[in-house]
Design a protein around this ligand. Structure first.
Ligand code: ADP
Ligand code: PHD
Length: 530
């Protein structure tokens, strides 16, 4: 048995962790700590897992500590990743859940122990105050013990439902926030750990769907919980409990962004800041295109399109919530806190079918008049690629009418939970591009079933290459220039899709050509055309 399981005895629920933290507070000490009592409005700061893992001191001292001079701050954190997200706590927790389902496997105990050791080691390295460190150690051990017994129970009953999986991954955000709360207190900031695992009532989840009504109610609950912190700085778990459907299946990875967005809405914040390890949104992935430039302002539609097509800068649900409430989102870099970052900002022109806003939203008036006045040049906003794509080509055997043909194909994809990123059809032929990285078994099973509609071929090792930009609808011939530029660079195009969205032109090309294709498009299409 892992050492923490023998040492831990009393606490079985995470409420005990919070009770412990409350009970041990020394009033004399908290009186001398810095308060979250600025007269400015609320700013919500979201920190991703790799930022909390790599730069916790920088966050506490140079970001939270500095911004609380001007604003009331609430921070929302994801589970720690000390190196990459792929090796981070959330992925380890998902692995632990899978292992628990293997009869007799005890690997899940080792994974939980590794998570525990990792958090304890970092705590010891960074926290100086003995009392704060001891309290944090207990909190970490309690959470890990609870998780181990939960996984043990799952192994006995041989079942982990999607909701159980949500509870398991939630441990990552709880550990991360216990740690950040302790670190802030150690640095003299009066912080309060806010565990959201019970913020959604079970009654609500049973009868509701994940719709706007649900988000509105949740935003209100979140705001009430944060207001209850008074002048303590809230450190909020990006995990917000069991939601209708399940967190992983209905919202997906990156849910902390959405949590921060709802909090920003509930508190009617001045700004939502999403802190990352990149200066903001660039005209192309800066790791792949060295000449990529930082984009100062981008519309929510463009940012969402970039996220769907491979530049995963922000969870797309986030934008909708925050922009509905007309709150600006700013992407900023934890390694360069004074940089301006990228502002996600709706233009004042109405979208199709929507009313033109009669005046600039309140928060924008204050922030960005200068930016709005800057001329926008006629050029695409960004180029992006989405990796690990397969294309399925289905040629009908003409045994059903075309409407039945497409309906049948989509019901098979739905059954295997496969999501089509791009599609191109004729009456008897359909080509679909989908992401197959973690769903390869599902793709294989779907292909077998699709054969009843005709011959199916599958092409692998592809990427979707997309040009994204609001200005493109005014740029006559942009699609032609995109494809002729690719042709001159000898890049073969497997499939084209244009027109589904007027701000995106996409095609599918071989993975081996991806970086070269992005670079030639960036060189040839991203120069100014006044
Ligand atoms: N257009 C883009 N602009 C900025 N970053 C991009 C873009 N496309 C892809 N990226 C990549 O997205 C990553 C996002 O930043 P990072 O803070 O590391 O992510 P996370 O918060 O998910 O850990 C960066 O590594 C960057 O290279
Ligand atoms: N831990 C979750 C939540 C999250 O939002 O992560 P990040 O902010 O690091 O993308 C995940 O890995 O999906």
């Amino acid at each position: 048995m892992a050492p923490y399981l023998t040492r831990l005895h009393r606490a079985t629920s995470s409420d005990d962790v919070e009770d412990d933290c409350e009970a041990r507070e020394d009033p004399a000490q908290t009186n001398t700590m810095r308060k979250n009592d600025s007269r400015g409005g609320w700013v919500i700061q979201k920190f991703g897992g790799t930022s909390v893992g790599k730069f916790p001191k920088q966050i506490a001292e140079n970001i939270v500590g500095v911004h609380m001079q001007q604003h009331k701050i609430a921070i929302v954190c994801s589970a720690r990743s000390t190196d990459t997200k792929a090796e981070g706590t959330t992925n380890r927790l998902i692995k632990a859940a899978e292992e628990a389902l293997k009869p007799g496997s005890k690997l899940y105990v080792e994974i939980v122990d590794a998570i525990l050791q990792d958090h304890i080691k970092t705590a010891k390295e960074l926290i100086n105050d003995e009392t704060i460190l001891e309290e944090l150690g207990k909190g970490i051990e309690t959470e890990c013990a609870r998780l181990a017994s939960f996984l043990g129970a799952a192994q006995i009953i041989d079942e982990i439902s999607p909701k159980t999986k949500d509870v398991i991954i939630g441990t990552g955000e709880k550990l991360s926030c216990l740690f950040m709360t302790a670190l802030l207190k150690d640095g003299g900031i009066d912080a309060e750990y806010v565990n959201l695992e019970n913020i959604v009532s079970a009654a609500y989840t049973a009868k509701c769907t994940l719709n706007q009504e649900f988000y509105d109610a949740l935003a209100k609950n979140l705001a009430e919980r944060i207001e209850a912190c008074g002048d303590r700085l809230p450190v909020v778990t990006g995990y917000f409990g069991v939601v209708p459907g399940s967190l992983l299946t209905s919202i997906g990875r990156g849910y902390t962004d959405l949590c921060a967005a709802l909090l920003a809405v509930g508190l009617d914040s001045d700004e939502l800041q999403v802190w990352k390890e990149v200066d903001g949104i660039f005209t192309a992935d800066p790791r792949k295109v060295v000449t990529a430039r930082l984009i100062p302002v981008i519309t929510p539609e463009e940012a969402a399109e970039l996220t769907y097509y491979g530049s995963e800068v922000i969870h797309p649900f986030t934008m909708e919530q925050v922009i509905r409430a007309r709150i600006p989102i700013r992407i900023k870099n934890v390694e360069n806190p004074t940089g301006e970052g990228t502002m996600i900002f709706p233009d004042t022109v109405a979208r199709k079918g929507e009313e033109t806003p009669s005046e600039m939203p309140r928060h924008f008036r204050k922030h960005s008049v200068d930016m709005l006045l800057q001329p926008r040049h006629l050029r695409p906003t960004a180029v992006t690629t989405k990796n690990h794509i397969v294309v399925l080509n289905v040629h009908s055997n003409r045994k059903s009418l075309s409407h039945g043909f497409l309906a049948g194909i989509f019901s098979i994809l739905d059954k295997h939970q496969l999501c089509v990123d791009l599609i191109s059809t004729s009456e008897v032929h359909v080509s679909m591009a989908l992401q197959a990285e973690i769903r390869d078994d599902a793709v294989k099973s779907a292909v077998e079933e699709l054969k009843k509609y005709g011959s199916v071929d599958i092409i692998r090792d592809l990427v979707i290459l997309s040009l994204v930009g609001k200005q493109m609808k005014k740029m006559v011939g942009i699609a032609g220039r995109m494809f002729s530029t690719l042709a001159k660079a000898n890049v073969n195009i497997e499939m084209i899709s244009q027109g589904a969205s007027e701000i995106n032109i996409s095609c599918v090309i071989a993975e081996k050509d991806a970086i070269r294709a992005m670079n030639v498009l960036h060189t040839h299409l991203f120069t100014y055309q006044e």
